[in-house]
Design a protein around this ligand. Structure first.
Ligand SMILES: N[C@@H](CCC(=O)N[C@@H](CS)C(=O)NCC(=O)O)C(=O)O
Length: 310
């Protein structure tokens, strides 16, 4: 059985999305806790500079971004389906909306002063300051919603979602859960971590019943692992998942490229191109501790460019 290693932290909404997907599949998995803010030397050793949470490790293959991670988990463990046919391509569109628009109204809304007090309960004021500075740097150039904007947007989004459940269906796009349910639920899960602001959810009764059904899926069975063990495992793994550069991809196999997210945390990751197709870009890179790695990113939301030599 292939070991799935999830690098995550407890309070991370995108990690909750993946933990629930691992629960849907009933999997045993390895759990590595990562820091919430930079510096993250053990994360960077594996990813090459991508700092977002979570990421998935399978031996010396590193998968960044939950959209790709979920596809990889589903390909390895097809039952129960994460992308059921009955949920149609709409499931991808709803998931992408939830991972961006919904998430970026839920987060600023929850992190208003009354919410922060709960999320950081017991933490020293310096920890709150350091978190705020880290996220400000990470989202530089992005215009984040004010609390009032976020509240207005959320009320519209929650009304849409409640409407999707109006015919009594159990999950957002049918009788079975699909990727859209996991992408949406992470934002509600995050808001609920701050009870004083979570009152915004109270009028949405169908949504609450749906949220409970998704939460009941659970997280599967995590087994703790240290980041040092994960790095040693990568270094000891000489093989990689099959990948290739498609002939019409516009790049030559082996060329030096950089890959980065296009929205926030846009740190460049450099390496040699070993895979490029309609779903993913894969680069090979070396790390003194983790050895040779293949780092995978989805095509959507990421930019691939020839590396500019200094
Ligand atoms: N599109 C990314 C978004 C991931 C994301 O924004 N994660 C948040 C935590 S939930 C993050 O990275 N925050 C900064 C950090 O953890 O360093 C994905 O699907 O994985």
């Amino acid at each position: 059985m292939i070991d799935l290693i999830l690098h995550h932290y407890d309070g991370s909404p995108f990690s909750e999305k993946v933990r629930l997907v691992l629960g849907l599949k009933g999997l045993n998995w390895r759990s590595v806790q990562v820091p919430r803010i930079m510096p993250k030397p053990d994360v960077v050793a594996l990813t090459g500079g991508y700092r977002r949470t979570p990421f998935l490790q399978i031996g010396a293959d590193i998968y960044c971004d939950t959209a790709l991670m979920c596809r990889v988990v589903d390909a390895l463990h097809p039952k129960p389906q994460l992308y059921p046919h009955e949920a149609s391509p709409l499931q991808h569109i709803v998931a992408q909306w939830a991972d961006s628009a919904l998430f970026w109204s839920a987060v600023p809304f929850t992190l208003q002063p009354a919410g922060i007090a709960f999320i950081f309960e017991g933490a020293p004021p310096e920890a709150v300051k350091a978190f705020a500075a880290d996220r400000a740097a990470m989202t530089q150039g992005m215009r984040r919603a004010t609390t009032a904007d976020a509240r207005a947007q959320l009320l519209i989004y929650l009304t849409w979602l409640e409407g999707m459940l109006a015919d009594g269906r159990k999950f957002l796009l049918g009788a079975a859960p699909c990727i859209a349910d996991f992408s949406v639920v992470q934002s509600l899960w995050f808001i609920l971590r701050a009870p004083p602001v979570a009152v915004i959810l109270e009028p949405f009764k169908r949504l609450e019943a749906w949220r409970r059904s998704v939460a009941a899926i659970g997280h599967g069975t995590p087994q703790p692992m240290t980041s040092a063990e994960a790095i040693a495992l990568a270094a000891a793994t000489p093989t990689f998942a099959a990948c290739a550069v498609a002939p019409d991809a516009g790049f030559k196999a082996g060329s030096a490229v950089t890959v980065c997210a296009t929205d926030y945390a846009t740190d460049l990751v450099s390496g040699q191109l070993v895979g490029l197709n309609r779903d993913e870009v894969v680069i090979e890179r070396r790390d003194p501790r983790a050895g040779t790695l293949h780092v995978h990113f989805p095509r959507i939301g990421f930019q691939v460019k020839p590396e500019v030599q200094a």
